[in-house]
Design a protein around this ligand. Structure first.
Ligand SMILES: Nc1ncnc2c1ncn2[C@@H]1O[C@H](COP(=O)(O)OP(=O)(O)OP(=O)(O)O)[C@@H](O)[C@H]1O
Length: 510
């Protein structure tokens, strides 16, 4: 009798716990609900304000203006006499037209070499692979112009790849983004959240799965008492990061998240220069999660929590970013500003929508140049450049474009470790040279900027101090002065200090 009553009471307790799970809104559930409401709120607000000009519930675009923007439909032609729209015979529209030659936009770069390389491509290359190649190369060109980068740029791609793979495999077994792509494991295409319905559907599905998992844990006795979602790691300044993320991070990744928080507090940007595959994407996502989760008031913006974020990355890894976001923190709304994304409409509408909802917009480098005017209309909280060494040429179109964004919160992610013109003037031992280079940059720059804005594990500096200046001018505009002053006061003495015939002062600076 006693045994039965005790088992009944445990059963009751479990039932109660499950019911509590479903009914009570924990802090995390509230946060989640807030995120969804944030997405929905703006649409309802607009439609109630707008009166006659009812807005399109999806993108906040007035229907009136949408009618005016009616796109030209090739199946419709105007009857000259009646002026009415007539539908063209669909059979007639199947006439083949002469091949159109695609004229490449002149971005002032090394086109001829790339084109000739394309012709040399192996005959069995799939069309899709070729397209991807062309896109990424074109993006390279965006940072090219007339400038010829030095150092490892001349090393063949294969050599570079083996070099990078060696670094990654040495460090750990985590595969880098590019390697995963090259290995050809065709991963499933992700659906981004450019449409609100997609986002809500995804969140509902995720919530159900979470609840199921929680039930399972409770029933199996793994997680009887803890309310995992409400646990977090807290830092100075009340920055909180959920333990569900914090516990998954490696030690060096935790250090990085703390460092990013310090930068945030100091209102300045930074360069995250860890080597390939060490999880730069994951570190940045975790940091953003903390900002969103803590919901701290930002005096500069006059708003709470995380605002809209713009991430610029090579076109080949846009999907990868969405995947990582959805894996690490599903409550974020993440959309791709590129034809490879899910959005089929005017890009300006997508930019507007994501911005209004404090979402995350991921764009290619070309996308930034193409939509710069629209993008500049909005107040982005964070601008993050993946493979940020693409802005190493100070005169390139893309460099000039990204430097026009006003936020103090700018990050560069870059894994480039390579030769430098300065390095060649040091000892022949690559290890000690690399170390010297690292300390040198750290030493000199920290004198100018203060220690906190620097965190280099690898060095994104391939081609000397002009490139260094360009990167720093993005993360902390004006801190190193103008380019000419910087070259005169720092670059020249630093370079000359390494020579045998250097003066005492030059050696001191060096
Ligand atoms: N703490 C972690 N736990 C589990 N997986 C992780 C962790 N950190 C990173 N990863 C995984 O390792 C892989 C590589 O990480 P990520 O893409 O962030 O590296 P990266 O430094 O940005 O690479 P790249 O230099 O190629 O851009 C990803 O699949 C990511 O999910």
């Amino acid at each position: 009798m006693e045994r039965r009553s005790s088992s009944t009471s445990i059963y009751d307790l479990l039932q109660k716990k499950i019911a509590k799970c479903e009914n009570t809104l924990g802090k995390f559930e509230k946060y989640l609900q807030d995120q969804i409401n944030k997405q929905k709120y703006h649409n309802t607000e607009i439609s109630s304000k707008s009166g006659n000009s009812v807005r399109n519930s999806q993108y906040g675009v007035p229907k009136k203006s949408k009618a005016n923007l009616r796109e030209f439909n090739s199946d419709e032609i105007k009857d000259d006499k009646s002026g009415k729209l007539k539908t063209k015979n669909p059979l007639k529209s199947r006439i083949l037209h002469p091949k159109r030659h695609w004229k490449e936009k002149n971005l002032g770069s090394i086109t001829s070499e790339i084109e000739s390389d394309l012709h040399k491509a192996a005959p069995k290359t799939l069309l899709s692979e070729k397209t991807a190649f062309v896109t990424s190369e074109n993006e390279e060109m965006l940072s090219g112009s007339e400038y010829i980068p030095s150092g490892d740029e001349n090393v063949s791609e294969e050599e570079m790849e083996t070099k990078k793979n060696c670094i990654t495999s040495k460090k750990n077994n985590v595969p880098s983004k590019k390697r995963r792509e090259k290995n050809g494991k065709k991963s499933k295409r992700v659906i981004d959240d450019s449409y609100l319905e997609n986002y809500i559907k995804r969140i509902q599905k995720w919530k159900k799965e979470r609840l199921k998992e929680k039930h399972r844990k409770i029933l199996s006795g793994e997680d009887f008492d803890s309310d995992e979602d409400e646990e977090f790691e807290r830092f100075e300044g009340n920055y909180k990061i959920p333990l569900s993320i914090w516990n998954k991070l490696f030690k060096y990744q935790r250090v990085c998240v703390k460092w990013l928080w310090e930068l945030h507090c100091q209102q300045c940007g930074g360069i995250l220069g860890d080597e390939m595959g060490l999880g730069k994407t994951v570190m940045v996502i975790s940091f953003l999660v903390g900002l969103s989760y803590s919901g701290l008031f930002d005096h500069n913006r006059g708003r709470k929590g995380l605002g809209p974020v713009l991430i610029v990355s090579p076109a080949t890894v846009l999907q990868q970013w969405v995947k990582e976001f959805q894996q690490w923190w599903p409550p974020f709304r993440v959309a791709i500003l590129h034809d490879s994304g899910g959005f089929r409409g005017k890009k300006s509408a997508l930019i507007h929508n994501i911005n209004e909802h404090d979402g995350i917009l991921i764009s290619s480098y070309r996308g930034i140049v193409d939509h710069l005017k629209v993008l500049l209309n909005y107040d982005w909280h964070y601008i993050i450049l993946d493979e940020g060494h693409k802005i190493r040429n100070p005169e390139a179109q893309i460099t000039v474009a990204v430097k026009r964004f006003q936020t103090p919160h700018k990050l560069i992610l870059s894994a480039h470790v390579g030769a430098s013109p300065i390095r060649s003037s040091f000892s022949s031992d690559p290890l000690s040279t690399n170390l010297t280079l690292h300390i040198l940059f750290h030493f000199h720059i920290s004198q100018v900027c203060g220690n906190a804005c620097f965190h280099l594990k690898g060095s994104p500096i391939q081609n000397g101090l002009k490139e260094l200046w360009s990167l720093f001018d993005f993360i902390f505009p004006g801190k190193l002065g103008t380019l000419s002053v910087f070259l005169q006061q720092f670059a020249v003495p630093i370079t000359q200090g390494g020579y045998a015939n250097a003066s005492k002062l030059e050696v001191k600076v060096y």
